[in-house]
Design a protein around this ligand. Structure first.
Ligand SMILES: CCCCC/C=C/C(=O)SCCNC(=O)CCNC(=O)[C@H](O)C(C)(C)COP(=O)(O)OP(=O)(O)OC[C@H]1O[C@@H](n2cnc3c(N)ncnc32)[C@H](O)[C@@H]1OP(=O)(O)O
Length: 248
């Protein structure tokens, strides 16, 4: 039925490095242009981890030019996913904090494996950073304003049952059924004529995407100012050190 599978593979934690973002955009573009494909299942090849989100090492101790290039790539992937003409289904087979969660929220449907370790949410505040307005918009459009406000301020990571309850995911299924469920949901979505579904998706999502499109450069400048602050760099270094020391 013309369904591709994009399996994220950037061990150990599928962090979204500049290279991963760039390759993801290229793969999506190829699939969009190949009319034999109508749907994509986005999943992970790293056991227990859907994606650890944005690659913190790309945002720490680098040059302004690098930050600008990285942020443009983050914007680009979000825009491509959010406005994709393809049916996108996230088969979430692991934990998905921050950017990992955002990636799944851009999809049309989310199936999450029922494992209490597989938390998901926008936890930026716990790192001492702030989810940008378009991350916030994507969450609000999925779970509603009140749930998003609480989740964003507290940096909540929801276990599967809670993620389902607040509408962050559409289905929670046993781990070994995530892929087959994604495939059967895909069949349902593909039963709708493409042109009608695509126009409707556009109607729902374009106003949100346009807000970023209209001010992409300003958004990059804002990110540069924010990420270059000494206090923010310090927060990121402390967080990364904590992650690294977990093993020791
Ligand atoms: C205006 C600014 C807005 C910016 C918006 C930001 C969005 C984001 O996405 S920020 C990233 C948020 N992500 C997280 O908070 C997740 C952090 N990671 C974890 O919680 C855990 O690593 C895990 C639950 C995803 C996996 O745990 P585990 O299997 O125990 O693996 P380790 O913690 O031991 O990690 C292995 C290895 O990977 C490094 N690492 C983990 N996450 C990231 C990351 N997001 N970016 C870069 N590197 C990451 C970790 O430091 C370990 O490295 P080594 O010690 O060198 O092996």
């Amino acid at each position: 039925m013309g369904v591709a599978v994009i399996k994220l593979k950037n061990p150990p934690v599928n962090s979204l490095s500049l290279e991963v973002l760039t390759e993801f955009v290229i793969s999506l573009e190829k699939l969009e242009n190949d009319k034999t494909f109508r749907g994509v299942i986005v999943t992970s090849d790293c056991p227990g981890i859907f994606s650890a989100g944005l690659d913190l090492t790309e945002m720490c101790g680098k040059s302004q030019a690098h930050y600008a290039e990285y942020w443009r790539a983050v914007q680009e992937l979000w825009l491509r996913l959010y406005l994709s003409n393809l049916v996108l289904i996230a088969a979430i087979n692991g934990v998905s904090p921050a950017g990992g969660c955002l990636m799944s929220l851009t999809c049309d449907y989310r199936v999450l494996a029922d494992n209490p370790k597989y938390n998901m949410g926008l936890n930026e505040t716990l790192l001492g950073i702030v989810a940008p307005s378009w991350f916030k918009d994507t969450l609000v459009n999925t779970v509603g304003h009140r749930t998003a406000e609480r989740a964003l301020q507290l940096g909540l990571l929801f276990p599967p049952a809670e993620a389902l309850r607040v509408g962050m995911v559409d289905q929670v299924v046993p781990e070994d059924q995530v892929h087959s469920t994604a495939l059967s949901v895909m069949a349902q979505w593909l039963a709708v004529p493409d042109h009608a579904r695509q126009l409707t998706k556009n109607l729902m999502r374009k106003p949100t995407a346009d807000r970023l499109v209209k001010q992409r450069d300003a958004d990059i400048q804002y990110f540069l100012r924010f990420i270059s602050r000494d206090s923010i760099q310090k927060s990121l270094r402390v967080y990364l050190d904590k992650l690294r020391q977990k093993k020791g």
